[in-house]
Ligand binder design. Sequence first.
Ligand code: CTP
Ligand code: MG
Length: 230
Amino acid sequence: MNYQVIIPAAGLGKRMGAGKNKLLLHLNEVPVLIHTLLVFEDDEACDGIVLAVSPSDQEEIAKLIQRYHIHKVIAFAPGGKERQDSVYNALTLLDNDGIVLVHDAARPFIEKQFIHEVTAAASEYGAAVIGVPVKDTIKKVQDKKIVETVERSSLWSVQTPQAFRVSVLKEAHFLAQKDGFLGTDEASLVERLPFEITMVEGSYDNIKLTTPEDLYFAEAIIVKREKKEK
Ligand code: CTP
Ligand code: MG
């Protein structure tokens, strides 16, 4: 099942504290953004990438894309104030047909197997996301006091890619815009339609590079994969 993918890459990387967009930091001598793009470039089921970038990064990113021979970027969309705005700007560039994935540029370790599983589920049911069961016991806290222990067996951490029929995701974004609703992922917009979303179990390797210590985990994942290849 083929798909197009929106990759939001227009953040500021404030929590990483690198003084620039964290996606331009290098892992194994290759920028994070390129690691992510290469996964989709090398996936035969990917028909095209729409990349949301801030105008101040676009020239540098366009050069990197050339240098690493990435051919599937069909359009740049202007980054917006929030991630949701960046995705919206990219979404308006797509036709209404087929399946669209949204995948954070800051998750370079996504594997093809999970991309294909979430795409297949979206093609069957209309909406699907990747996630993993939470490992910690989660408490609800107010004013530094525990209010409740949330039943863990039903809790999942949600990642990307999140996959949708294009028409479903567009409708969800239009509704969110109409209501002034801001969500941290696409699923939270689609849930409001309402529309049932399938959870596909992914991998704990698919981390989002958010704070500096995530870079240590990233190095470890790279070492593990290099060993596996040998
Ligand atoms: N993103 C985006 N447009 C925004 C904000 C975020 O395209 N206005 C992208 C980021 O580039 C990233 C993904 O959305 O690939 C997930 O966001 P996050 O991890 O929060 O990255 P940043 O917003 O860059 O980091 P921070 O919140 O620490 O500033
Ligand atoms: Mg952010």
